[in-house]
Design a protein around this ligand. Structure first.
Ligand code: CO
Length: 466
């Protein structure tokens, strides 16, 4: 074998998807930075550090400025490409935002050091991705167009080929096949990756979760089919609902045409670091199942099941869990087979729980479900069940245009809201994205600064002569 003729590259997901999947996105920057330079030296294709739920979590739970987090990462990852997950028109939130918010977000992200933007839409509605792709391109970022993998009668081989082609034609610099639920089996992966490699001329990256226990095998078949990059997490932050372990794939591909060229010894130190710091997050650590078989049966991702357990416990109806799990695929079919990924997973999951708890299907529906039926999330992969729609929104006529076309610019109001608490233009974007939590965060930030200033003043600091 001619070693090194074709390497498989690895993206390290530890500091984004790794802790988002295992530790409810709670990892603080202070626990990542001490090891960042070691990670930088490994030679990963890219390091995923931002986006997805991390932005929200920073503001909502960690009292951390997500923009500052990005800047700090940039300083410590001098030799690596940074990567983020962008939910298309949902940016890093759970609803569609106006184009001005999306544009400003991307501009600021590039400016603060983001290299690769993985852009997806929960419904695989390309109209919801186009603007993000154009803006990223214009600002000089790498556009990774994403095909969300799911299993349904409409999500067949031809669908994935068609969508990959469309994204390439729209200017994607690479394609990601995204299996957020961990249900992509090795042999379908081989077929899809091989097909994409044959029909496209841009690199293909594969993103799997280990949830069902298949992902390492899936990566192996994907490598045989020619995949360029696979997403892995360091061993101490891998497996279960996270990604396959970096070290496993490095060892499995060693001395083969897929050799990653990465050094196992150097990786050990990184694994040790995260094993230690994981102890700080025991209360958020949701790694209980080694292999989740529900995901194979119902396609219900791990995060969704723990949500169900919490919701049902509150209603004193935990015994209804099997019924709810069985209701999820039925709701999904009524909704036209959306992939179960943020925010569609929450929309479908909550409705399934309501249907079971009410004892009658669609007797009650959440606002999100009503908006879904109105077309406000985009076009469903297959037509929705008309009977269900009637029950949910009556005779209301659903929209057929791109949802964001109906949203007025949102930055002016956000700018007003930020007012005196603004330190930098990015603060306006934070408020536009999370108007319920960001203003409080900004106020607290200012209060903290004032306290520090007062303290300095009290000490008679030369900068604050009394
Ligand atoms: Co993921």
């Amino acid at each position: 074998m001619n070693i090194g003729e074709r390497r498989v590259k690895i993206m390290d997901t530890t500091m984004r998807d790794g802790h988002q999947s295992l530790l409810a996105t709670r990892m603080r920057l202070e626990h990542m930075i001490p090891i960042a330079e070691k990670i930088d030296a490994i030679g990963f294709h890219s390091v995923e550090v931002w986006g997805g739920a991390t932005f929200d979590s920073c503001i909502r739970f960690l009292n951390e400025d997500p923009w500052e987090r990005l800047r700090v990462f940039r300083r410590h990852l001098k030799n690596s490409k940074t990567q983020m997950l962008l939910r298309g028109q949902n940016v890093v939130g759970y609803k569609h935002y106006a184009d001005d918010v999306l544009d400003e977000f991307i501009k600021a992200a590039v400016h603060n050091g983001m290299d690769i933007f993985r852009i997806f839409d929960a419904l695989n509605d390309v109209r919801n991705m186009e603007r993000a792709m154009q803006t990223t391109k214009r600002e000089g970022g790498h556009v990774q167009g994403t095909v969300v993998y799911t299993i349904s009668p409409v999500h067949n081989y031809d669908f994935f080929m068609r969508m990959g082609k469309e994204l390439e034609q729209l200017g994607a610099d690479s394609i990601c096949l995204k299996d957020m639920a961990g249900i992509l089996a090795p042999y379908p992966a081989y077929e899809i990756i091989k097909g994409l490699k044959e029909s496209l001329s841009i690199p293909i990256q594969l993103h799997c979760h280990y949830t069902s226990g298949m992902a390492a095998m899936t990566y192996m078949k994907a490598a045989e089919a020619g995949v360029d990059v696979i997403d892995c997490a360091i061993s101490s932050m891998a497996l279960q609902t996270s990604q396959p372990a970096i070290e496993t794939m490095v060892a499995a591909f060693k001395d083969t045409p897929y050799d990653t060229g990465l050094d196992l010894t150097a990786l050990t130190e990184i694994a040790d670091h995260f094993r230690d710091i994981r102890n700080n997050y025991v209360q958020f650590d949701n790694s209980s199942n080694n292999v989740d078989t529900n995901v194979l049966q119902y396609q219900v991702p791990g995060g969704m099941i723990s949500n169900f357990v919490n919701q049902l416990k509150e209603q004193d109806a935990l015994d209804k869990l099997p019924e709810v799990l069985a209701e999820v695929p039925r709701v999904r079919e009524d909704f036209g087979f959306p992939p179960l990924v943020t925010p569609s997973s929450q929309i479908v999951g909550t409705q399934a729980a309501i249907n079971v708890l009410m004892g009658e299907r669609y007797k009650m529906a959440t606002n999100e479900v009503k908006n879904y039926m109105r077309g406000f999330y985009g076009r469903s992969p297959a037509p929705v069940n008309e009977e269900a729609r009637k029950k949910i929104i009556g005779d209301e006529e659903p929209i057929t245009v791109r949802p964001a076309d109906l949203i007025e610019p949102e930055l002016p109001a956000a700018r007003e809201e930020v007012g005196p608490y603004m330190e930098k233009p990015e603060d306006v974007v934070s408020v536009a994205l999370f108007p319920q939590v960001a203003p409080k965060f900004l106020k607290e930030r200012m209060a903290k600064k004032l306290l520090v200033d007062l303290d300095l003043a009290a000490q008679g600091s030369e900068f604050y002569p009394l």
